[in-house]
Design a protein around this ligand. Structure first.
Ligand code: SF4
Ligand code: SF4
Length: 348
């Protein structure tokens, strides 16, 4: 198998308690498209049969809307010794008591890690105080916790509410908590905003590899299996590996033929691929204002000139990219826990 996934990410539902402007999947309380609960259970069974998968991520939309079904799913994954992570907006942290009672159920079911999303757009729907309650309740159980805070030019969100909180700081020091700022990406929303120059992906230090493609496989509410867990995974048709409505995860993964572009994204990332294109077609206009790796990736996959230049020149680099990939894959067989602690950067 050329794909050796470490993580199965389940976009359990597109329903959310919030309706953030620019949400990557346009989630709202009214949208109810979801993976059927029974199928979520069988997907976990199927993940347990793929030896490389060590972690199951429950995301959305808002995965806590699954209520007790979420706890049952966590229990099922735990019964296979799979680690589990939930990505949430923290709406259930209305008080410290209710946050503790909710997270306790997930914890008792085996939940290992929780990621919260907050910031200017999220806080229109979920108060930052709720996120704090929910994060503190999780940390008191010694659960690994991540708080992702949106960032863009001129955003007036009080990030210090988290960054300067003394209790949170003590958890950061002992390594149980990570607080990070992630660029909030435009996605056909109504409110316009800008970014700082330092966030552009074509700054040399920002040209990273894509750490999720081929490492994380995602099932969305349409029951498509997708080769990454990026923000544009539903917009880039070529990232789809196929439907799992009538096939198992393993059947779909085993049917894949090596795909140079996905491998190249994994090994070098989209900006370096576009740099390669420019080196063979000097008039090519790079999307220099891109601020998110998935934004550059969408450009790469949808730009006709990029596709043409690649199809004419990929042979020049194919061997080098494949060598690099297969040697990492071989190392992965020796180190199965490589991605267990990878922080998910997708906002919920
Ligand atoms: S860069 Fe592309 S392949 Fe990687 S996560 Fe984003 S959309 Fe997926
Ligand atoms: S960004 Fe997250 S919290 Fe906001 S609507 Fe989308 S899924 Fe819900």
């Amino acid at each position: 198998m050329y794909i050796r996934p470490q993580i199965l990410s389940l976009i359990t539902t597109h329903q959310c308690t919030a309706a953030c402007d620019h949400c990557c999947f346009h989630c709202t309380p009214k949208i109810t498209k979801s993976i059927p609960i029974e199928r979520l259970h069988t997907l976990i069974d199927e993940a347990s049969e793929i030896g490389s998968i060590k972690v199951v991520v429950f995301t959305g939309g808002e995965c806590f809307l699954l209520n007790r079904n979420l706890d049952d799913l966590i229990k099922r994954a735990t019964s296979y010794n799979l680690k589990t992570r939930c990505v949430t907006n923290g709406y259930w942290g209305t008080s410290k008591e209710s946050a503790t009672s909710r997270i306790r159920r997930a914890y008792d079911s085996g939940l290992n890690e929780i990621n919260f999303s907050t910031g200017t757009f999220h806080s229109k729907y979920v108060k930052k105080e709720y996120v704090l309650n929910a994060a503190l309740a999780s940390l008191e159980l010694k659960m690994r916790t991540v708080i992702n805070i949106e960032i863009f030019k001129g955003d007036d969100f009080n990030a210090d509410f988290f960054l300067k909180n003394e209790i949170l700081n003590s958890y950061q020091k002992n390594g149980l908590l990570t607080i990070q700022r992630n660029v909030w990406m435009h996605n056909e929303g109504e409110i316009d905003f800008e970014y700082e120059r330092k966030h552009t992906r074509f700054e040399e230090k920002n040209k990273t590899t894509c750490s999720t493609v081929l490492n994380v496989i995602t099932v969305n509410p349409d029951q498509n299996l997708i080769a990454c867990c990026g923000l544009h995974l539903e917009k880039i048709a070529d990232l789809s590996l196929g439907s799992i409505k009538n096939k198992t995860l393993k059947e779909v993964i085993e049917s894949q033929q090596p795909d140079l572009l996905k491998i190249w994204l994994h090994v070098e990332g989209p900006e370096k691929i576009l740099d390669f294109i420019k080196s063979h077609h000097p008039e090519y206009e790079l999307p220099v204002n891109s601020v998110h790796i998935c934004e550059t990736c969408l450009h790469l996959y949808t730009d006709d000139i990029a596709k043409k230049v690649l199809s004419e020149n990929y042979k020049l680099i194919e061997e080098k990219i494949l060598d690099k990939y297969y040697s990492t894959l071989a190392l992965g067989y020796l180190s199965d826990n490589k991605f267990e602690n990878e922080v998910e950067s997708v906002f919920a």
